[in-house]
Ligand binder design. Structure first.
Ligand code: MLC
Ligand code: AMP
Length: 499
């Protein structure tokens, strides 16, 4: 019978601890038992979910992991929902993915009220979906679709990035080999689990390796330092903003505390940064704080991890290193010509870990591939030694804030609904802690005014709070080029000048 290798492997780790969260500690045997219950409850009278989408709004923790594996055991496709997202954003993902089942934690009941009430979606609450059940599970081929992760891009609405079990396995194999995961590893997860970084790089690599995943209920810098104190971790992964926030706590600590804090981290064998450019200042400061040389790597929801500084060897600040095992990376010009060292162009990626398709969007899928290479839209060059330096992005409509990719167009589409706003343009404003912040340039209707707080309040039931503008510029008109197109680079410059 066809089986998912990740689940087969997990069965072999039996009594080892798989997940630890604020409710307790759970072995691999516990995890598989509860996942099986989840699968059987999801199946109900069906024999196989047959790639039905199961969306879930569940905080990081044992239940999340059990449910994810349960969806796969039942032959379904997991669609993790963002806990910070507004009901409108959640409704969009549920609708776009065509999810037939939505599983939710009772804490999030309110968020789901009003989301697609008449569409026949089956809502299932935790913990009921995990209650003991008996029955047969289907065989699931690894060629099947496994997961859809929604990511923002150059369109106003997020797109569902579909991966198969084989694609996920290729990504896991690449990371576990590159960063030498073992059975002895213990990793702390502080990342959201509706994106690749937390799900794949942390949780799934951990389960594949038979390691232990300690889950926190989100990121709180002080709590993380407290957890480090136990000195029982070997790995940590975060976005640059997480390291900045940990540094802020260290900065506020006494000289004696700082010595102790460094000591908490000396036993970790690897600390990784990714999802956004790691400022050289943070790389250097973290070395001083922790004695750890951060390993910076580069990836994307569509490709998995593509480039990494070496685990063994020199990790260079400001560089993202070399192609990951099993991944091909090239720098290309706009005519699809492969460029040589020190030539600036677009990063393109090829390999078994690259995604299958954008869900329900064949034309968009076709347009992001060229001769089998996925076009990332990131601009970079290879240095003489072969390490890659990222210079920026082709699109001004993509903002990266604290590791989240945010579409400027999605925010503009919401802001333009505001009765006082005549025109608007949203851009990323460079920020030392967040990478970029969301800046909104507005043209208001005659004689009217608005302040940032009022604008944020008005938009807060429409957008996740991390997408709300934190910078505001009121203009009499938006700058445009001779073709009438808004010149966002000039707006970015105006924000810079206004600071
Ligand atoms: C939180 N806020 C943000 C924000 N995160 N604002 C802008 N950008 C962000 N990323 C806002 C909140 O809405 C809140 O606003 C205020 O900041 C404080 O919120 P918080 O929850 O206390 O913040 P914090 O917990 O410190 O969150 C920061 C963070 C988080 C860095 C931990 O943003 C995070 O988990 N980022 C990781 C995202 C991620 O996993 N990306 C991977 C994508 S996959 P208010 O108004 O309420 O006060 C990918 C591929 C790859 O990129 O290569 O990995
Ligand atoms: P996402 O679509 O959320 O998966 O984000 C992927 C994008 O994050 C990439 O296309 C890059 O623009 C950015 N990114 C990820 N890692 C890095 C890094 N180490 N340095 C610079 N940018 C990065």
């Amino acid at each position: 019978m066809a089986e998912i290798e990740l689940i087969q492997r997990a069965a072999g780790f039996g009594e080892k601890t798989a997940v630890e969260d604020w409710t307790g500690s759970f072995t691999y045997a516990d995890l598989l038992r509860v996942s099986r219950f989840a699968a059987l409850n999801l199946l109900g009278d069906e024999k196989d979910l047959g790639e039905k989408r199961v969306a879930f709004l569940v905080p990081p923790g044992f239940e999340y992991v059990a449910l994810k594996l349960g969806v796969w055991m039942a032959g379904g496709v997991s669609v993790p929902l963002g806990l910070a997202h507004s009901p409108r954003e959640i409704g969009y993902v549920v609708g776009d993915s065509g999810a037939e089942i939505v599983v939710f934690h009772p804490d999030f009941t309110q968020k789901l009220e009003g989301v697609l009430p008449d569409t026949g979606v089956r809502f299932q609450k935790l913990p009921e979906i995990l209650r003991p059940a008996r029955g047969e599970l289907p065989g699931v081929s690894e060629q099947r679709r496994a997961m859809i992760i929604y990511t923002s891009g150059t369109t106003s609405k997020p797109k569902g990035v579909v991966s198969t079990h084989l694609g996920i396995k290729a990504q896991i194999n690449s990371m576990t080999e590159a960063w030498e995961w073992t059975l002895e590893d213990s990793i702390l997860n502080v990342l959201p689990l509706h994106h690749l970084h937390g799900t794949l790089n942390v949780v799934l690599c951990c389960l594949w390796s038979g390691a232990r995943c300690v889950m926190m209920d989100g990121f709180k810098a002080r709590e993380v330092w407290k957890r480090f104190k136990e000195k029982d971790l070997t790995l940590f992964m975060g976005v640059p903003t997480i390291y900045s926030k940990l540094i802020d706590i260290w900065d506020d600590s006494s000289a004696e505390e700082r010595i102790r804090m460094k000591d908490y981290l000396l036993g970790l064998r690897l600390m990784v940064s990714g999802s956004a450019a790691l400022p050289v200042s943070v790389f250097e400061k973290w070395k001083e704080v922790s004695g750890q040389v951060l390993l910076e790597r580069y990836g994307m929801t569509e490709t998995g991890m593509a480039l990494s500084n070496p685990y063994r060897g020199e990790r260079l600040p400001g560089r993202v290193g070399f192609a990951m095992p099993g991944v091909e990376v090239g720098i290309f010009d706009e005519n699809g010509r492969l460029l040589g060292v020190e030539e600036q162009g677009e990063i393109r990626v090829r390999g078994k870990g690259v995604f299958l398709e954008y869900w329900g969007k064949p034309r968009e899928t076709e347009s992001v591939f060229c001769d089998g290479w996925f076009k990332t839209g990131d601009i970079a060059f290879l240095e003489r030694g072969g390490s890659c330096r990222i210079l920026g992005r082709e699109s001004v409509d993509i903002i990266k804030s604290g590791g989240y990719k945010i579409s400027a167009l999605e925010i503009e589409e919401v802001l333009i609904e505001h009765p006082l706003i005549e025109e608007c343009a949203v851009v990323g404003v460079v920020d030392p802690d967040w990478g970029e912040r969301v800046g909104a340039a507005l043209v208001l209707r005659d004689g009217l005014s608005i302040d940032l707080e009022k604008l944020r309040d008005w938009a807060s039931d429409k957008l996740a709070r991390y997408k709300l503008p934190t910078r505001l510029l009121l203009l009499s008109s938006l700058p445009r080029n001779s073709m009438g197109k808004v010149t966002k680079n000039r707006i970015k410059q105006s924000f810079k000048n206004s600071l």
